[in-house]
Write a protein that binds this ligand. Structure first.
Ligand code: ZN
Ligand code: ZN
Ligand code: ZN
Length: 441
């Protein structure tokens, strides 16, 4: 979307009092997009705690600017019913209230990143949609529902096509040519590093790259069909909440599971954050045997009996056969050997994520040729019954020949600097927060 129109409102019951915000964004290229009753393309309704009406007005504005930027707008036309905000934003009126000054600064700084923006004052009657959204947010929170709900254009398209029984809208399949970013959310073994109570060199190390949350990967790309950003997490593990906060994961198109071990699934309940905020059932893809186990352990989340926003995650299991489509993108489950447990890696376009692997069969190796980026587990140097050693991982990398390989699921035996120093060119020791772009091959 090139140009968006934004209407915002802050509401407060009492001043100060329980407050909320409403944001409605409209694709400016649509006929009648600036009409007060036009159907919004994206909205926010949110309760923001107890504050003043003016703070709520500014926070609504900042949230609108943030969402417009996320949706790829280069131009933003704001229609606001607060004259104070419009005048202060343009610098024509001074901001006297110390609480408001930083909010005004933030709004201006964010607007400066757009190619063009404008803000005009409109009568209150013309702002009924943003006003209704603000009230919806507060009413919902008072009923015990989620505080934040963001509806994006792609979510609406998905809801429509799901209602029509079509499943996911068919976006062009993504090859390695589409820009994909991989972020290592966690690079640690099942207990994380440092281990609780351990005083080994790595566990007491000050190097942040030796501080490893449980292994997890974020896959992000831009959907070429509508220029929106997409995100899938592979293995919502025990540290998902912390990882989501650290990496600013504000929405998800779904999750993929490699295997049932709790270091890879312990964050399934945290997906509630996304089913709440997106008001949608989130797809979770896994191989059939893992689906059976997931259903047994998290039946309440997967049984389809609870709509989003009612206190538990609202998830839908999608069996890999061997492909799964999430956010319009295809992921292929690749069988791996992980001791006696079935485990799968995931490949999509030019990258593959293989964690918790002791061996890879010749059939699976064939499905892993021609990779740009391979992320693969390497637990330690000592042999282990269910995990590859560093040496075994390096042998696999040589056999598969990716442009770049990253080692993950690292235990406290491996110091980041020592490990890095002995890795060949084209192989990186993973660390939390490491982000790479998958290149076309
Ligand atoms: Zn693991
Ligand atoms: Zn240790
Ligand atoms: Zn495992």
């Amino acid at each position: 979307m090139r140009a968006l129109i934004g209407r915002t409102d802050g509401a407060c019951r009492g001043n100060p009092g329980p407050a909320s915000i409403g944001v409605a964004l409209y694709d400016a290229s649509r006929d009648g997009a600036d009409h007060p009753s036009a159907q919004p393309d994206a909205t926010i309704s949110a309760a923001i705690g107890t504050t003043t009406n003016n703070v709520a007005e500014w926070k609504a504005l900042i949230s609108a600017i943030e969402l417009a930027a996320e949706l790829g707008a280069s131009e933003l036309k704001l229609l606001l019913d607060s004259k104070l905000v419009v005048e202060q934003l343009h610098g024509r009126w001074r901001v006297r209230d110390a609480k408001l000054a930083p909010l005004c600064d933030e709004a201006r700084a964010r607007l400066a990143r757009f190619a063009a923006w404008s803000a005009v004052h409109v009568p209150r009657e013309e702002n009924h949609q943003a006003d209704a959204l603000a009230n919806e947010g507060l009413d919902r929170a008072l009923r015990g529902g989620p505080a934040w709900v963001v509806r994006r254009p792609d979510d609406r398209a998905r809801a429509r096509s799901a209602a029509a029984g079509n499943g996911l809208p068919d976006a062009d399949d993504l090859s390695g040519a589409a820009a994909t970013t991989l972020t290592v959310l966690g690079s640690g073994a099942s207990r994380g590093v440092p281990r609780v109570g351990c005083r080994c060199e790595v566990c007491i190390s000050k190097d942040v790259r030796n501080q490893r949350l449980r292994s997890s990967l974020l896959v992000e790309w831009r959907d070429p069909a509508n220029e929106t950003s997409r995100a899938v997490v592979i293995d919502p593990g025990m540290d998902l909440r912390q990882q989501a906060l650290r990496s600013g994961i504000s929405r998800l198109d779904g999750a993929l599971i490699t295997h049932i071990h709790v270091d890879h699934t312990g964050g399934i309940d945290e997906l509630r954050t996304y089913t709440d905020a997106q008001e949608e059932v989130l797809d979770v893809g896994a191989a059939p045997e893992t689906c059976t186990e997931l259903l047994r352990r998290w039946e309440y989340a997967f049984d389809g009996r609870t709509a989003p926003g009612h206190g538990i995650p609202s998830l839908r299991l999608v069996e890999a056969a061997p492909h799964v489509r999430l956010g319009g993108r295809t992921f292929e489950a690749i069988p791996l050997v992980h001791g006696r447990r079935p485990a799968h890696g995931w490949r999509s376009g030019g990258f593959a994520y293989l964690t918790d692997v002791s061996a890879v069969s010749p059939a699976s190796r064939e499905r892993l040729l021609g990779l740009d980026t391979l992320i693969v587990s390497a637990l330690r140097d000592l042999p282990h019954p269910t995990h590859q050693t560093v040496e075994e991982a390096l042998a696999l990398i040589v056999a598969l020949g990716p442009r770049l390989a990253i080692l993950t699921h690292l235990d406290h035996d491996l110091d980041y600097q020592d490990l890095s120093a002995r890795l060949p060119d084209g192989v990186l020791a993973g660390f939390d927060g490491l982000a790479v772009s998958v290149e076309a091959r």
